[in-house]
Ligand binder design. Sequence first.
Ligand SMILES: Nc1ncnc2c1ncn2[C@@H]1O[C@H](COP(=O)(O)OP(=O)(O)OP(=O)(O)O)[C@@H](O)[C@H]1O
Length: 256
Amino acid sequence: MIRVEQAGHWFRPEQWLFRDLSFAVAEGEATAILGPNGCGKTTLLRALADTLALKQGRINVDGIVGVVPQALRGDVGYRVIDMVLLGRSRYLGRFGAPGRRDLSRAEACLDAVGIADLAERRYDRLSGGQRQLVLFARALAGDCRVLLLDEPASALDLANQGVVLRLIRRLVRDDGMTVVFTTHHPDHALAVADKVLMMAGEPVFGPADRVLDEANLARLYGVPVRRVTIEADGERIEATVPVHRLTGFDAPPPRL
Ligand SMILES: Nc1ncnc2c1ncn2[C@@H]1O[C@H](COP(=O)(O)OP(=O)(O)OP(=O)(O)O)[C@@H](O)[C@H]1O
């Protein structure tokens, strides 16, 4: 369970990124946070992860927390399997070396995100998308009950976006994990989130299907957005299509 009460934060005095923000995420539920660039999604996620002290309000998170950041600072020259084993650190003694069980857990987590074949590669020589999957595996290796993910699919190709979405859904539905993720993809929120928090102007929080309607999405991004339902192999998939107008700008035409 996550409870956020009257949360608020600024980096420049009194220029509030968000304030008076209250919402709750029940155990075994997924919540997506959407909002325009710079509105404070990562900042809120850092506060949930207890790596940032808010200027206002209270946050309570029950259970072991795993965090999947967008990227790590600096180049980390570890092998991928050692990066994932870092996720086991809370189970090792102060100078304890990982044991057989830790290794098999780390291997299973790499397998879960579909990159078992990268185990011996150096983390700093991976692509951005591959690194994102390693950080997901590292969080899972910590046997967390609450998973906080910052734009978990932002660097991923379409197939790997599917891997991550299916994994999030399985972790929530089958394992009862509590998940909060930020995203710029309303489709991803519709696919796996029970609830949505929209951070722009007056925040909106509620069931994903209801919050992500055409009017709210257009208000959020300042772009008209259509909701469509697609039938695929007997499954109904809710999708969103932004209606970008590509004419009427002053920009010169591209030189071909
Ligand atoms: N440590 C910091 N010091 C000063 N300003 C910061 C700091 N961290 C973030 N900011 C500023 O706070 C604002 C919100 O940043 P944040 O990363 O939370 O936005 P976001 O909604 O996650 O954006 P995006 O969608 O682009 O990832 C930005 O204007 C950013 O420059």
